[in-house]
Design a protein around this ligand. Structure first.
Ligand code: NAP
Length: 322
C-alpha cells in the first residue's frame, strides 16, 4: 500500500531533497508551503497544504491519517531575529505536536530534524555523540533544544517520535553553507577562509538517514547524522582539487573572529543590523573544531555517508547554474 508522508519545510533545501526521494520511493507526499514559499521544481506531484506552523487547521489536515510526519521547518539566525527563531523552532514544533495529538485520525511517526549543535565535544579535539549535551549558544540552538524536549515528551506519552541531528549539510540548492564553501574553493576573488573544523555531510546521506530513522529509529531515540570531520582548510582544498579551482590562500586569524563578536554586538545594538558571528559566544564557537560521530545511527539505522568528493559534482553543477 502507498504510504503517506507529511513534510514541513518541504520548500527548503533539505525538504526539497526529501520530497524528491519520497516521491521516487512511491510515497504520497503532502508538503506544507507558506503562501510566499518558492516551490521550485516540486510543483507537482506534491500535494500542497498552504499555511504556516501557526495555522492549526492546516496542520491538522496535513498530518491527519499519515504514516509519517517529517518535521523540517525551521529557521536560523540568518533568517530571523532571536524571538522569531524561538517562535518558529520551538513554538512551531509545539503547534505541530498538538496537531499530531488532536487530529481526527492518528498522525504517523514523527521524525524531527534538530541539529547536531545541541551536542558538542566536551573538550576540543574530542568527538561528540548523542550523549554530549552542551549549553546552547544562541537562540537557534536553544530553540532546537526546547523543541527536542517537546518531541521526547510526545514520544514518551501518546505519540511515536524520533529526532535526527544533522551536522553541516552540503549539496545542491543550499545558498548558504554550500555556496560559501564552493566559493572559498573555486572563486579566485575569495582570499580568506575561516579557522575551525566541522562535520560535513552530503544532503543525500542526510535524506537516507531521515528515512532510515522513520523505518528503524527507536521511539524517543536521537541520532546524529554526520559526515567527514574536516578543518575548513581540508574541506576547501579537497573541493578545489575536485573542481580544478584555487582555494582561498589565507586563514582568518582566530583573534579577528573573536574580535568580530563584540563588534557585531555593538553594531546590532547601535544600528539594529545583524552580523555574523552574532555575539562573543558564537565567535568563540566559530573557531573551534566541532567534530561528531554517527556511530549510533550506523549501528541502529544502517546509516552511512560518502566522502565529500562524491557530493561535489552535483553541488558544483548547481552552483555554476546560479
Ligand atoms: N542546512 C543545514 O546545514 C542544517 C543542519 C542541521 C539541521 N538543519 C535543520 O534542517 C531543517 C531544514 O534546513 P534547511 O537547510 O533545508 O533550511 P531552509 O532551506 O531554510 O528551509 C527551511 C524551511 O522551513 C520553512 N519555514 C520557515 N519558517 C516557517 C514557518 N513559520 N512556517 C512554516 N514553514 C516555515 C521554510 O519555508 P519557506 O520556503 O516559505 O521559507 C522552508 O521550507 C531545519 O530545521 C534546520 O534547522 C539544517
Amino acid at each position: 500500500m502507498t504510504k503517506t508522508a507529511a513534510v514541513t519545510g518541504a520548500t527548503g533545501f533539505l525538504g526539497t531533497h526529501l520530497c524528491e526521494r519520497l516521491l521516487a520511493d512511491g510515497w504520497t507526499v503532502r508538503g506544507l508551503s507558506r503562501p510566499t514559499s518558492d516551490r521550485g521544481d516540486l510543483e507537482a506531484p506534491v500535494e500542497w497544504y498552504v499555511g504556516d506552523l501557526f495555522d492549526d487547521a492546516t496542520l491538522r489536515s496535513l498530518v491527519d491519517g499519515t504514516d509519517a510526519v517529517f518535521h523540517l521547518a525551521g529557521i536560523g539566525l540568518w533568517s530571523g531575529d532571536a524571538a522569531t527563531v524561538e517562535r518558529v523552532n520551538a513554538d512551531g514544533t509545539s503547534r505541530l505536536i498538538d496537531a499530531c495529538r488532536h487530529g481526527e485520525t492518528s498522525a504517523g511517526k514523527l521524525v524531527f530534524t534538530s541539529t547536531a549543535g545541541t551536542r558538542r565535544p566536551s573538550t576540543e579535539g574530542d568527538i561528540a555523540d548523542e550523549t554530549d549535551y552542551a549549553p546552547p549558544v544562541g537562540a537557534y540552538q536553544s530553540s532546537k533544544a526546547e523543541a527536542e524536549v517537546l518531541v521526547d515528551n510526545y514520544a514518551s506519552t501518546v505519540g511515536e517520535a524520533v529526532t535526527v541531528h544533522p551536522t553541516s549539510i552540503f549539496g545542491p540548492g543550499d545558498e548558504t553553507f554550500t555556496a560559501q564553501l564552493l566559493a572559498m574553493a573555486t572563486d579566485p576573488t575569495m582570499f580568506v577562509y575561516l579557522p575551525g573544523g566541522l562535520s560535513i555531510v552530503g544532503v543525500t546521506d542526510v535524506v537516507d538517514g531521515i528515512v532510515a530513522a522513520y523505518e528503524r529509529g527507536e521511539n524517543g531515540g536521537h541520532y546524529i547524522l554526520g559526515g567527514e570531520n574536516l578543518t575548513l582548510e581540508q574541506a576547501i582544498s579537497r573541493i578545489a582539487h575536485c573542481t580544478g579551482g584555487h582555494r582561498a590562500p589565507l586563514e582568518v586569524p582566530s583573534a579577528a573572529i573573536h574580535a568580530a563578536g563584540p563588534v557585531a554586538e555593538t553594531v546590532g545594538a547601535v544600528a539594529g543590523v545583524r552580523m555574523f558571528p552574532f555575539d562573543r559566544d558564537m565567535a568563540r564557537l566559530a573557531t573551534k573544531r566541532l567534530y561528531y560521530t554517527s556511530r549510533k545511527a550506523r549501528d541502529e539505522l544502517g546509516y552511512d555517508y560518502e566522502p565529500l568528493e562524491e557530493h561535489v559534482p552535483n553541488a558544483m553543477a548547481w552552483y555554476r547554474s546560479l
